[in-house]
Design a protein around this ligand. Structure first.
Ligand code: BES
Ligand code: MN
Ligand code: ZN
Length: 500
């Protein structure tokens, strides 16, 4: 695991050095000095390459023989006036990726002083450190045969700057990164390790941060009448759980109602009796990424001691086919009292959320409810791996979420809801069916289903994260695999909506 340390801004004399450059190959104050000292190799290297100092561009230069430095990595920020949080994070990420391909075990990152920079120096350094840390994530625990040269050599990254100011700016970001890493770990774990009971235990472990964690076992779920959630769980030998994680960081708040996050936690989704095809089914271990994001966000909020009252509610089940599994055509009664004809047992996420959301509203009388779920394959067809789908009954809430996403690089795109879609869920034998008869607008129809479990007057938004929770390619802020999507978004949402 990469360790981040803080050092004074004096130029290091050994190991690797990362230095920022702005558009049109402009070195900053320290860069100019170093270039002079090294006989102009930085300028020459830039002139003789495609490196222009554009956002997240890197150029790796071997240090000359008269220097004890091993390598110099130049990383671009683009236009200094537009060098915002994201640009700095991307620079940190890109530099980290460039270093990981080398042999250095230690490097210093210096965000140089550039004319006209939008961010102040400590914030800029902290954001670059955050980007580097997010990119350094690895999930290697089951790779017992990795040779040393297959693992990144880099062990420590020293952030150069005004030590106490940079440390202070980095402190909260570090807690957010802790939340992101926790989510990535949970999402990466296979379903024989993470299932409802063990995922609930992982939540209980967060009590040490000051979160109140309550685990509801099946008797309780039965008592509450969560027939929709329990119907999904009944095919599995692993019993269901609903977990609530409560953070009360603002006891004197005028508005006592908490913000509530609800997460889909299907620890494995075989499809049930409506069995999925085998190709790629292993991916359904991450069908709990909505719950994972809620857990990671709660960890981040508690870690940074957010001045806000927030509750996370996660519905945990395993969707399996078995002699005891629910059948297509079964009719279940949800906690809300509404009955559901289960046409397709693979549309299970909405059944889990229906009860988790109802429980959340009954129990916590929220200021707003935001659910996160790897809900539909259709969202991948619409938005690919770039954006998550945003749905909701309130423009202001949607706008807040959209903006939070833009600010942290977890992008959302809004979809419509409309009665006409809702109608397609009517059933001749129950209050509704869990799927419509066609494949059209699958993500919207799923959101319409959820909306039937939103109480009158409750502000609600739904994020369909099926396309963004897992990536098959490296991304600026995350290596391929579990992204932890949602943690930074929800953290920023709370910061702006409750603490701002
Ligand atoms: N967990 C899946 C959605 C999913 C698909 C997530 C691919 C990530 C990647 C969900 O439970 C599901 O199976 N949805 C069905 C709904 C359909 C039966 C209406 C789907 O999208 O095919
Ligand atoms: Mn499914
Ligand atoms: Zn699913």
């Amino acid at each position: 695991m990469l360790k981040i340390t803080f050092v004074s801004p004096a130029l290091p004399t050994q190991d690797a050095l990362i230095l920022t450059v702005t558009a049109e190959r402009k070195l900053g104050a320290a860069g100019v000095k170093l270039d002079q000292k090294l006989g102009g190799i930085l300028s020459r290297a830039m002139e003789n390459s495609a490196f222009k100092g554009d956002k997240a561009q890197t150029l790796s230069i071997l240090a000359p023989g008269n220097s004890k430095l091993s390598r110099l990595v130049l990383v671009g920020l683009g236009d200094p006036k537009e060098a915002n949080d994201m640009a700095l994070q991307q620079a940190g990420s890109a530099a980290l990726a460039a270093l990981q391909s080398g042999k250095d075990d230690h490097a210093t990152l210096l965000v140089d002083a550039h004319k006209g920079m939008a961010l102040d120096a400590p914030d800029a350094a902290a954001q670059a450190a955050f980007g580097a840390r997010l990119r350094s994530y690895r999930f290697d625990k089951y790779r017992t045969k990795l040779k040393p040269d297959q693992k990144p050599a880099l062990k420590t990254l020293a952030i150069a700057g005004d030590v106490s100011a940079v440390k202070a700016a980095y402190q909260t970001l570090d807690k957010v990164a802790d939340g992101v890493f926790f989510t990535r770990d949970l999402v990466s774990e296979p379903a024989n390790v993470i299932y409802p009971e063990t995922l609930a235990e992982q939540c209980a472990g967060l009590e040490k941060l000051g979160l109140e964690v309550e685990i509801l076992v099946e008797d309780k779920l039965q008592e509450f009448g969560m027939g929709a959630l329990l119907g999904v769980a009944q095919g599995s030998v692993r019993p269901a759980r609903v977990v609530t994680l409560k953070w009360q960081g603002d006891k004197s708040a005028k508005d006592k109602r908490p913000v509530v996050f609800v997460g889909k936690g299907v620890t494995f989704d075989t499809g049930g009796i409506s069995l999925k095809p085998p190709g790629g089914m292993e991916e359904m271990k991450w069908d709990m990424a909505g719950a994972g994001a809620v857990i990671g966000a709660m960890k981040a909020l508690a870690g940074r001691k957010a001045k806000a009252n927030v509750v996370g509610v996660i519905g945990l089940v395993e969707n399996m086919p078995s002699g005891n599994a629910q059948r297509p055509g079964d009719i279940v009664t949800s906690m809300s009292g509404q009955t559901i004809e289960v046409i397709n047992t693979d549309a299970e996420g909405r059944l889990v959320l229906a009860d988790a959301m109802w429980y959340a509203q009954e129990t916590f009388h929220p200021r707003c409810v935001i659910d996160l779920a790897t809900l539909t394959g259709a969202i991948l067809i619409a938005l690919g791996h770039e954006y998550a789908g945003l749905f909701g009954n309130d423009d202001k809430l949607a706008e807040h979420l959209y903006k939070a996403g833009e600010a942290v690089g977890e992008y959302l795109w809004r979809f419509p809801l409309h009665e006409a879609f809702d109608k397609s869920l009517d059933s001749p034998v129950a209050d509704m069916r869990n799927v419509s008869s066609g494949r059209e607008a699958g993500s919207i129809v799923a959101a319409q289903f959820l909306q039937r479990f939103v109480k009158k007057g409750i502000l609600w938004a739904h994020l369909d994260i099926a396309g963004v929770a897992w990536q098959n390619k490296d991304r600026p802020a995350s290596p391929k695999g579990a992204t932890g999507f949602g943690v930074r978004l929800l953290d920023r949402f709370v910061a702006d909506y409750c603490e701002g």
